[in-house]
Design a protein around this ligand. Structure first.
Ligand code: HEM
Ligand SMILES: *[C@@H]1O[C@H](CO)[C@@H](O)[C@H](O)[C@H]1NC(C)=O
Length: 369
């Protein structure tokens, strides 16, 4: 009946070896529960939903922002709300200030409102990481994805360092092999990459994220030949060549999916197939023979993609989460780690922070990392 400890230990080693071979350093953690706050804060999920729907009612673009914040949080040190921290006890410059985040994060205020609403109902019970996971779901539902359950019980981390992004966060110039590698490091599959990239069916990208495809693309072509010429011409109208001293915050933002810009649907895949994917990373999904068939599949089946998207969001939401009272904390404020008790040692001197990550204004996305 009982497996010997040795059997258990050795199968553990086999698994560890397999994981080691795949270079996984992030895992999908078991232990989250649907209805985690049933007893301790039964109205929490509904309260978050009310805040998110009312904020999206005032500004449709927030839906995309919330989904992206969730992805960026989960990808770096797991879904622990580390992306929400304005500062850290260690003095590290937080993830928020990385060039992949900074002013391009959209919807942070909605999370603050949701947190203070929930906090006034049940103080110190509901983690910021769970609020973000609920909010991302509610945003997806507001944008047209059928309702899906979100397991909860995540605890909030206290580490956040923008230096964790390079080598972990995909960038707009990445191609499939590199992105698949980064997804695999988080315990996510190549299919998850294709499925979740469909989030680029809502929201948009600032011109500097793709302007290298519009001007001086290569020695032989000013414009990326993969772009539909009419689309490229349109983009060049909206995104003028960058000039010295341009303020990136003033850069125009272009919808990923001009056809159904506010609807989370499979139109993204048809747009990419038609040469109207904005980012090199989007286009790479059809250039790569390993992912192209999946793009074709989703382009032809919205219901299938929507169902896969919900499932992949659930999986993303379990990446490297902190669970149980011994791990992490329930932050009082999502932007700050709770103050230590009285006799804590004074915090280390803070690193001088750049105004906005290492972003070099006017350098295009080459300023990334
Ligand atoms: C895998 C490679 C990915 C790359 C290289 C990438 C890159 C980007 C870039 C450069 C932007 C534009 C940001 C801006 O200019 O403000 C963006 C926006 C966005 N991304 Fe991704 N992304 C990836 C995957 C994902 C995934 C997996 C999700 C969610 C599940 C996601 C959700 C979004 C959303 C919703 C927006 C629009 C945000 C807004 O309009 O505020 N992305 N992404
Ligand atoms: C919370 O309640 C829902 C609905 O009644 C139920 O499906 C779920 O299993 C419950 N979860 C927990 C952890 O009690």
């Amino acid at each position: 009946m009982t497996m010997s400890w040795l059997t258990v230990a050795s199968s553990f080693l086999v698994v560890a070896a397999l994981l080691g071979a795949a270079a996984v350093d992030g895992v999908i953690v078991d232990g989250l529960k649907v209805g985690f706050y049933n007893k301790t804060c039964p109205a929490a999920e509904e309260a978050v939903r009310d805040v998110v729907t009312s904020e999206i009612g005032m500004d449709r673009t927030i839906a995309a922002g919330l989904i992206r914040i969730f992805f960026h949080d989960c990808f770096i040190t797991g879904c622990d709300a580390s992306i929400l921290l304005d500062e850290t006890p260690s003095g590290d410059v937080p993830e928020k200030e990385s060039s992949a985040n900074g002013f391009t994060l959209h919807g942070l205020r909605t999370i603050d409102v949701a947190k203070s609403t929930v906090e006034s109902m049940c103080p110190r019970i509901v983690s910021c990481a769970d609020i973000l996971a609920f909010a991302a779901r509610d945003a997806a539902v507001a944008a047209g994805i059928p309702f899906y359950d979100v397991s909860a019980g995540r605890r909030d981390g206290s580490h956040s360092n923008m230096d964790d992004l390079p080598g972990n966060m995909p960038t707009p110039s990445h191609h499939v092999p590199r992105m698949s590698e980064l997804f695999a490091k988080r315990g996510l599959s190549q299919e998850d990459l294709v499925v979740l990239s469909g989030a680029h069916s809502i929201g948009g990208a600032h011109c500097f994220m793709f302007s290298n495809r519009l001007y001086g693309f290569s020695q032989n072509a000013d414009v990326d030949p993969a772009l539909d010429p009419a689309f490229a011409a349109q983009l060049r109208q909206v995104c003028p060549p960058r000039r010295e001293g341009d303020d990136p915050q003033q850069a125009p933002k272009v919808s990923f999916d001009g056809r159904t810009a506010e609807k989370l649907d499979n139109a993204y895949y048809s747009e990419v197939l038609a040469g109207r994917g904005l980012l090199t990373s989007d286009d790479s999904l059809i250039k790569d023979p390993e992912t192209k068939p999946t793009v074709d599949l989703f382009a032809g089946d919205d219901a299938l993609w929507q169902q896969k998207f919900a499932a992949a969001m659930q999986k993303l939401g379990a990446v490297d989460v902190l669970v149980g009272e011994k791990q992490g904390q329930i932050r009082r404020q999502c932007r700050l780690v709770n103050k230590q008790s009285r006799q804590s040692t004074p915090s280390r001197p803070r690193r001088k922070r750049p105004r906005f990550g290492r972003f070099v204004p006017g350098s295009g996305f080459h300023g990334f990392f």
